[in-house]
Design a protein around this ligand. Structure first.
Ligand code: NAP
Ligand code: HSE
Length: 459
């Protein structure tokens, strides 16, 4: 079996590294060796952390896509074009395709899967969500005996790494982002990570699979973590909370609601203990109850592991002359705006000092139907400035956003800082206390993976 690689960056090198270290086990599982036949790159002269025969490197896409000796094409170059066209060409040439490209799979996945079926080949994409975590195969196969009603979790490693570094190491945002880039977690343009678009793409894929309906990335309301400061994280810590970028989608009977947003969760909750580049995805359903999928969600080698798993599946299928890929079914559910979702929210407002500021802000919020459970008035960063830290009673995100928009038109309001959902995770819904056996298992895993254990307060 021969692989053609499109891209030899973080994930491509992860695949090559695993192919080398696992070659015997792979040959045993597959019944024949798996070799790299050709590799498309932009710059063949670039130094790489893995050894690849320089004769295999090419800048000509057709050397991979049209080579009859190549059975499976692995797309790990990223971006939408020309990448989408390359995937189509590979499928049209009768090759199975494995991709880790969430941008493409979120919005073109249905068409590409239909093309794969037409061609009688596979299009597999496990690496596109959750890095090494086998969540997509689970949703497509193992969990189909249940009706999935809700998905909730952490699906972006870069932002989880940044929030962890800021909260626990005192790093600032830019420093932590630079480190995430160095470690190979971030997208080529990290705006997609920090503004929540990468998580929105993953949530679109998860929702489409989980709810058997068509959810695109544009259907997911996405807010990222760029406005979160160390002051917000200190507030969270003082109140026994942790800040996480949470992706959540729900089948609300007749329609789906999906959003990605920063949220404060109880610091004792398992999601609060998901650190660094780890991801965790809860799946709820009739029948399955509550399941949590946890593992390394970003990085070349963990993602390479998921990609290679798909490659083996595609290669085995070719040997058996079968293909698994099918167009995704769609119940055609409408997508409801996340602005209608009701929650409590934390808001930080930066203002100039103004005599009636507190009363004016309360009145303005009330005019939009937003009442407060907590209101803190502090001096701002500089002389003549003030900071208001508010926690609302349950209200719609839409009402709060409208109120904050109106507040911004007041001459003494400088900026709306953080807007964070207070995610009230219910016991029985998401159990705050894990059963003792799970605690032991989690502690063992965290110890083995050398990830920081629980903070003050213990398990
Ligand atoms: P990367 O490190 O930037 O690597 C991209 C590779 O593609 C490079 O080898 C580059 O060639 C090549 N390439 C890009 N555009 C090309 C073009 N037009 N023609 C030829 N070659 C081209 O990216 P990555 O982090 O490996 O990510 C790759 C894909 O995996 C993306 O879709 C990403 O979203 C997805 N993904 C990444 C991770 C992760 O943790 N990094 C996890 C899951 C999924 P040169 O090396 O010569 O420049
Ligand atoms: N940039 C992505 C992340 C890579 O940080 O989660 C994994 O998909």
């Amino acid at each position: 079996m021969r692989l053609g690689l499109l891209g030899l960056g973080h994930v491509g090198c992860g695949v090559v590294q695993l192919l080398e270290t696992q070659s015997e086990a792979i040959a045993l599982r597959l019944g024949e060796p798996l070799e790299v036949g050709r590799v498309l790159v932009r710059d063949p002269a670039k130094p790489r952390p893995v050894k690849v025969n320089p004769d295999l490197l090419t800048t000509d896409p057709s050397a991979v896509l049209a080579d009859p000796a190549i059975d499976v094409v692995v797309e790990v170059m990223g971006g939408v074009e020309p990448t989408g066209a390359y995937i189509r060409q590979a499928l049209q040439h009768g090759k199975s395709v494995v991709t880790a490209n969430k941008e493409i799979m979120a919005d073109q996945g249905r068409d590409l899967l239909a093309l794969a079926q037409e061609q009688g080949v596979d299009l597999l994409f496990e690496g596109s969500v959750g890095g090494a975590i086998p969540i997509l195969r689970a949703l497509l196969d193992s969990l189909t005996g249940s009706r999935v009603t809700r998905i909730l979790g952490i699906v972006n490693g870069t932002t989880n790494f940044i929030l962890t570094q800021m909260a626990e190491e005192g790093q600032d945002f830019a420093e932590a982002l630079a480190e995430a880039q160095r470690l190979g977690y971030a997208e080529t343009d990290p705006t997609a990570d920090v503004e929540g678009h990468d998580a929105a793409r993953k949530l679109a894929i998860l929702s489409s699979l989980a709810f058997s309906t068509d959810v695109r990335s544009g259907d997911v309301l996405a807010r990222g973590i760029t406005a979160i400061t160390s002051d917000d994280l200190a507030y969270a810590r003082r109140h026994g909370l942790a800040c996480k970028l949470i992706a959540q989608a729900e089948d609300q009977g007749g329609f789906v609601a999906a959003q990605v947003a920063p949220a404060f969760v109880d610091a004792r909750h398992p999601l609060a203990r998901v650190k660094g580049a780890f991801n965790a995805i809860y799946v709820y359903g009739d029948g399955l109850g509550e399941s949590m999928f946890y593992g390394l969600g970003a990085g070349g080698v963990p993602t390479g592991s998921a990609v290679l798993g798909d490659v083996l599946q595609a290669a085995r299928n070719r040997r058996s002359r079968v293909a698994f890929s099918r167009p995704l079914p769609s119940r055609g559910l409408a997508v409801r705006s996340a602005r209608e979702a009701v929650s409590r929210f934390y808001v930080r407002l930066e203002t100039e000092t103004h005599a009636s500021a507190a009363a004016d802000l309360r009145r303005l919020l009330l005019q939009h139907g937003v009442t407060l459970s907590s209101f803190l008035d502090q001096p701002g960063q500089n002389r003549g400035q003030a900071r208001f830290t508010l926690v609302t009673n349950p209200c719609t995100l839409g009402a709060l956003e409208d109120a904050l928009q109106a507040a911004l038109s007041l001459p003494w309001v400088r900026a709306v800082g953080a807007l964070v959902q207070m995610l009230d995770l219910q016991a029985g819904d998401l159990a705050v206390e894990l059963p003792p056996t799970v605690q032991v298992e989690e502690r063992r895993m965290l110890g083995r993976l050398d990830v920081a254990g629980p903070g003050e307060g213990g398990w």
